[in-house]
Design a protein around this ligand. Structure first.
Ligand code: SF4
Length: 75
């Protein structure tokens, strides 16, 4: 199991995470930022737990994020 966390407040809406892991990330038409699908909110942070096979693509999303607001860790 992995945990993916986004500090959404700082998102600049560049779409890089969506390109890396479209199963998990989507752009919001409402505010132009991306969101982590099915995530739970905790303050300014959004998080989900996902299966291990989602690790590589979400690590890539985190690396591609120009403002470094995505973290992925193994639980
Ligand atoms: S890569 Fe980062 S800044 Fe770009 S849309 Fe995703 S979370 Fe937002």
């Amino acid at each position: 199991m992995i945990q993916i966390v986004q500090h959404r407040h700082k998102c600049i809406g560049c779409n890089a995470c969506v390109e890396a892991a479209p199963e998990y990330w989507k752009m919001s038409k409402a505010d132009g930022k991306c969101y982590l699908k099915k995530a739970k909110q905790k303050g300014e942070y959004f998080m989900i737990n996902a299966p291990d096979f989602a690790l590589d693509e979400n690590v890539q999303a985190a690396k591609n994020c120009p403002v470094r607001i995505i973290t992925v860790k193994q639980l």
